[in-house]
Design a protein. Structure first.
Length: 191
């Protein structure tokens, strides 16, 4: 079977909605994204909208959990995944086709704004090297911070752009449905 990998750059049309599959209990978050082409109209001397692609995006398991707390209506996104079409009949018996994208990666379009990444780590994990043997094997020399030569002069300092990540403000725990869930079903949903 051949997959059709695509990248869609556009805006979120619908707020992310999450569900759980009835058979496996896997989390899935869906939303629609619209990508509108733009071109310069020489006769009018201005940019005009072209055709629009609207696609339903499905984000499974951990990606779905992260999308549900990171993406909002109207956000500019870049979505990479597998495109496919689904044929169905409406209530009047007319044949319809819907395009869907199984997302592999979702991110904010940083051409249109700034973002701050917060890594989700398993409880108890750390970046620190806690023993001398590992530290010696990794090696390296001490470094000193320096100014970023590529940073624009008119960009405000980081302290004004971003708040420090506070786990108490941003809940990084798995999403639990309103009816509740036990640890075993959550572990199965993480896949």
């Amino acid at each position: 079977m051949f997959d059709t990998p695509v990248t869609v750059v556009g805006n979120v049309l619908t707020a992310p909605e999450w569900r759980r599959t009835s058979v496996t209990g896997a989390f899935v978050v869906t939303f629609k994204i619209a990508s509108t082409s733009r071109r310069f109209d020489k006769e009018r001397g201005q940019w005009v909208d072209g055709d629009t692609l609207r696609v339903r995006v499905a984000c499974w398991r951990r990606l779905g959990e992260n999308v549900s707390v990171s993406v909002q209506l109207g956000d500019p996104l870049i979505v990479y995944g597998r495109l496919y079409s689904r044929d169905w009949l409406d209530d009047q018996g007319n044949k319809r086709t819907t395009y869907e994208l199984d997302a592999l990666s979702v991110g904010h379009d940083l051409n249109r704004g700034v973002d701050k990444f917060a890594r989700r780590r398993p409880p108890g994990s750390t970046d620190m090297i806690n023993d001398a043997t590992s530290a010696a094997a990794i090696g390296g020399e001490l470094t000193e911070p320096m100014d970023d030569p590529g940073r624009p002069d008119d960009l405000p300092p980081d302290s004004e752009l971003f708040d420090e990540f506070d786990p108490a403000v941003y809940d990084t725990s798995p999403i639990v449905p309103a009816g509740g869930a036990d640890e075993q079903s959550l572990a199965g949903a993480r896949g």
